[in-house]
Design a binder for this molecule. Structure first.
Ligand code: GAR
Length: 188
């Protein structure tokens, strides 16, 4: 059986990339083919060195290049795991239902331009929300607006801060993101 190929894209520390890699590293069905980052000094590069997977740095202006699009076509699924650049419209069209993203809120709340990482958690705490969570969704040409695949919730207490909420969200992401990817790839 040929393995399904995932390309992971990340801009940050790469804790989700690592979870996904660890989840699939002994799989007969799924392979992490490549990690792509747009930031030359992203934490994900040092974090994932041990995995011996090709890591490619792609500057923003090449995101829409033909060569890059061809490279992405070698994957069955492209996974944005903390990838913070907007996916160009043409790319979103070519890869309709082939790119997924994880977002640290219950979309459509707290999504859109500028809403990422700690900015999300700060806004959620400031608005005294009683719950937050994560959204895994297909990517289209608009920030955080593609079709939702799965959402997972957590409660927020009076004592929570953006930092404690961030930890709760990270736990949810690490628990559910790899399994959801597996579910998508297996078509169930
Ligand atoms: C994750 O919390 C992810 O949901 C968020 O970036 C973090 C990356 O963490 N993504 C967004 O905010 C996208 N709008 P990681 O580098 O430790 O995996």
């Amino acid at each position: 059986m040929t393995k399904k190929k995932i390309i992971l894209m990340a801009s940050g520390s790469g804790s989700n990339v690592q979870q996904i890699y660890e989840y699939f590293k002994n799989s007969d069905a799924v392979e992490i083919a490549m990690i792509i980052t747009n930031k030359q000094n992203a934490g994900v590069i040092a974090r994932m060195e041990y995995a011996k997977i090709p890591i490619l740095w792609i500057p923003k202006q090449y995101l829409n290049s033909e060569d890059f699009i061809e490279l992405l076509k070698t994957a069955d699924l492209i996974v944005l795991a903390g990838f913070l650049l907007k996916i160009p419209e043409q790319m979103a069209q070519v890869f309709d239902k082939k790119i997924i993203n994880i977002h640290p809120s219950l979309l459509p709340k707290y999504g859109g331009k500028g809403m990422y990482g700690h900015f999300v958690h700060e806004a959620v705490i400031q608005n005294k929300e009683k719950e937050s969570g994560i959204t895994i969704h297909y990517v289209n040409q608009h920030y955080d607006e593609g079709q939702i695949i799965a959402q997972f919730q957590c409660e927020i207490n009076d004592t929570d801060t953006p930092e404690t909420l961030s930890k709760k969200i990270q736990n949810l992401e690490h628990l559910h993101f790899p399994k959801t990817i597996e579910m998508i790839l297996m078509g169930v």
